[in-house]
Design a protein around this ligand. Structure first.
Ligand code: ATP
Ligand code: MG
Length: 200
């Protein structure tokens, strides 16, 4: 499974609907400083609900909505809604139909060769709302999390290596480094379950 395409709509610096293709093996994004490269990665983390633990670069969710006067805080015009869709190529059958149906809570998920995970954030006068969709069906974050975990994508995981992560790993103590290796190897999950079982 890999990302096929990312669709950003009024997300951070992407003030108009932007489609970014990803290739199966390797995709490199280049551009000048401040042109939005890291914002693209933030988009992936945001849409897949991985943001909280992997440090998305925004103080609050509504900062992620495109703001034409971003540099000066005074101007706050423009749309107050952002969305990001991550289109996953599942043609290798990493996730089977029943897993997707289960997560969506309906048979009506279309073709699962492609899995579209979409997240929207909407700001109202005194609040904001966040919505998740799986192949167009409204779902909860936990549904997305559970489904992605079955494909080996977890918030604690290292599917995304952020700027600074490598240095951090080098500077860690042996014990801390071991924790990361356990996570990558998938052992940590069983340790946690064991702890839970002892707790009960
Ligand atoms: P570098 O090479 O320095 O890492 P980059 O290509 O990764 O740069 P980003 O950090 O992705 O750049 O983009 C930063 C830009 O995004 C800044 O110019 C910032 O003003 C803009 N930006 C961030 N949030 C918003 C927003 N909500 N609305 C409009 N622009 C935004
Ligand atoms: Mg960057």
């Amino acid at each position: 499974m890999h990302i096929n395409e990312l669709v950003l709509d009024d997300f951070k610096s992407f003030g108009r609907k932007t489609r970014i293709p990803f290739y199966e093996d390797f995709t490199v994004i280049t551009g000048p400083n401040g042109s939005g490269k890291s914002n693209i990665i933030d988009g992936v983390l945001f849409a897949l609900g991985l943001a909280r633990t992997r440090g998305i670069r925004a103080e609050k969710l509504t900062d992620l909505i495109y703001n034409p006067g971003h540099e000066d805080d005074t101007e706050r015009s423009g749309p107050r809604e952002a969305s990001v869709t991550v289109v996953l190529d599942n043609s290798d059958g990493t996730l089977d139909r029943s897993q997707v149906v289960n997560a969506a809570g309906t048979e009506d998920v279309g073709d699962v060769d492609e899995i579209a995970v979409k997240r929207r954030v909407k700001e109202t006068e005194d609040n904001y709302y966040s919505y998740y969709y799986l192949n167009g069906r409204s779902v909860n974050l936990s549904d997305i999390r559970d489904l992605l975990a079955q494909a080996g994508v977890t918030p604690e995981g290292y599917n995304v290596v952020m700027q600074g992560d490598v240095t951090e790993i080098i500077n860690m103590s042996a014990g801390e480094r071991r924790t990361i290796i356990d996570e990558i190897a998938g052992v940590a999950e069983f340790d946690a379950k064991k702890e839970d079982a002892y707790g009960e």
